[in-house]
Design a protein around this ligand. Structure first.
Ligand code: NAD
Length: 503
């Protein structure tokens, strides 16, 4: 059965669930989207099985695109570059707005399939779809401002006029992770299109469904054929062929640090290839002694457990001032027991491999004599989906890998601290920290501590809200990624200055 027309109709939760529960319906096969065509399944000889995290059942077959398909997509993007890069910005802006409005009409469908495929709650998925749509609108507006500059170098006899402008950066590979599938893809495809680049995008093989649906939106929005192509496949095969192609001039990657290092190695010889690597990350929560404890518990729980802790900005490491440490830990545990129910507020983790990784970290916690305030080590073999119950650990050594490496699951580690200086040092010494959440009612402390933290994103008593023009980056440069407004522009454009002498 053709996957696209079937999925496109399954735009309410009831329809989607009925479809999946009907044993007569075989798992669908996704198709590569190249030059605005869905490639016939006959071109795919190898498939990757992708599973429903809630049930552990096979959900969909994802093409494992071989080198010839990857090269075809890159060639097509390369041929489309000349015309697209010369398309007036007003026209590009119209197309981006068109994409946003088609997504808007189908936003519930996107949220439903994001939730089913990734395991996140429908509420969370709806929020991410809204943000994905915002990316297209943001860049559609952004490019309407002319940022070129004219400079005059006046000599005694003659002067030189320089016109400095941004030119599209070329053909890009966009490779993204599974934790916010549509959001991460949109935050890259939108600026790629807006700044006149073309590209080939590859989502994670674990969560490819909303990328497949986005392909149809691009087709309906009449993005010129070849400008954005979406292909599917694994990392070491499809992803690696894509990023190492000599026709690819830039790579925008979001994912784990190990893969980032591999990509740097694989592309090291190609000095012209521009890399933007958004790698790993976490945002510890700092709870100071002056807070209203119940409010702080609520904020900390949200930051630690939203999307089952699988956000690059998750606040799963919680530092609490010693004066309120015991009270906070007690209330946090109580709150989880009451407010965080599996299947409701909490979803599963994305895959059996990720389940095994988190489980091994919990085994390590047990071996290191951490206290399990709530939660336990899950069964070695997951049954009926990849479920890990919410876990709160205390008595964890400051140098433990549980603190220094990301867990990326529904596990919070709570540690005490004694002074502002100490907690700043703990955070700044931790190589894995990208942002931070400061829970305090003292504005002076908020500013002082915020400015001393070596973190790219610092939130006052809030979390996750983001202004799309503000930079999203990692000051310790774990990766080399920068996103948001002008920073995305720098990734997808190059500077050119044309000099004209006086005549
Ligand atoms: P991953 O690095 O395993 O995979 C990311 C993507 O890279 C996937 O599409 C994968 O198929 C592809 N890939 C894997 N090996 C490749 C290779 N050799 N060449 C080219 N492509 C390759 O990461 P993941 O497990 O999908 O995602 C989880 C990680 O992503 C976590 O570490 C999380 O913190 C991080 N993340 C970071 C940010 C950020 O902005 N800093 C945002 C979201 C997720």
């Amino acid at each position: 059965m053709e996957a696209l027309p079937t999925l496109w109709q399954l735009d309410t939760l009831g329809r989607a669930v009925n479809y999946l529960n009907n044993p007569a319906n075989k798992p669908l096969r996704l198709q590569n989207f190249i030059e605005n065509q869905f490639l016939d399944c006959a071109h795919t000889s190898e498939w990757i099985d992708s599973f429903d995290p809630r049930s552990g059942n096979l959900l969909v077959h994802v093409p494992r695109s071989p080198p010839n398909v990857v090269e075809y997509a890159i060639n097509v993007a390369s041929c489309a570059f000349r015309a697209w890069s010369q398309t007036p910005t007003q026209m590009r802006s119209v197309i981006l707005f068109r994409i946003a409005s088609i997504m808007e009409q189908k936003k519930e469908m996107f949220a439903i399939w994001e939730s089913i495929d990734q395991g996140k709650s429908l509420v969370r998925a709806r929020g991410e779809v809204e943000s994905s749509i915002r990316h297209f609108r943001f860049f559609a507006r952004y490019i309407l401002q002319d940022e070129s500059a004219v400079r005059l170098n006046k000599g005694r006899r003659e002067s030189t006029l320089a016109h400095e402008s941004r030119v599209p950066g070329g053909v890009y590979a966009i490779v993204t992770s599974w934790n916010m599938p549509l959001y991460l893809l949109s935050s890259n495809i939108a600026p790629c299109l807006a700044f006149g680049c073309t590209g080939v995008a590859k989502p994670s093989e674990l969560t490819s469904m909303t990328a497949f649906l986005l392909s149809e939106v691009l087709r309906q929005a009449r993005v010129p054929p070849g400008v954005i192509n979406i292909i599917f496949g694994d990392g070491p095969g499809t992803g690696s062929t894509l990023i190492t192609s000599p026709l690819i001039q830039g790579v925008s990657f979001t994912g784990g640090a190990k893969t980032g290092i591999q990509i740097r190695k694989d592309t090291a010889a190609d000095l012209h290839k521009r890399l933007s690597l958004e790698l790993r990350g976490s945002s510890p929560i700092l709870v100071f002694g002056d807070v209203e404890v119940n409010e702080a518990v609520y904020s900390a729980a949200f930051a630690a457990f939203e999307s089952s802790g699988q956000l690059c900005l998750s606040g799963s490491l919680i530092y609490v001032h010693r004066t309120i440490y015991k009270q906070f830990l007690f209330r946090l545990t109580q709150f989880f027991q009451k407010a965080y129910r599996m299947q409701k507020e909490l979803g599963p983790v994305v895959s059996a491999e990720h389940y095994a990784k988190i489980r091994s970290q919990l085994v390590q916690a047990d071996e290191e004599h951490a206290n399990f305030e709530i939660g336990e080590i899950p069964n070695e073999v997951p049954e009926h989906g990849f479920w890990i119950s919410p876990t709160v650990l205390s008595n964890v050594r400051p140098d433990s890998l549980l603190v220094r490496e990301e867990i990326f699951g529904p596990v919070a580690v709570v540690c005490p601290f004694d002074s502002d200086e100490e907690v700043v040092k703990l955070c700044n010494d931790n190589p894995n920290i990208m942002g931070a959440v400061l829970l305090t009612d003292d504005l002076r402390r908020l500013r002082r501590v915020g400015e001393h933290l070596n973190a790219g994103l610092v939130w006052g008593p809030c979390w996750l809200g983001r202004e799309l023009g503000a930079g999203f980056n990692d000051p310790r440069a774990i990766g080399m990624g920068r996103e948001g407004g002008v920073h995305s522009r720098d990734v997808f454009t190059r500077l050119r200055a044309v000099h004209v002498p006086s005549f």
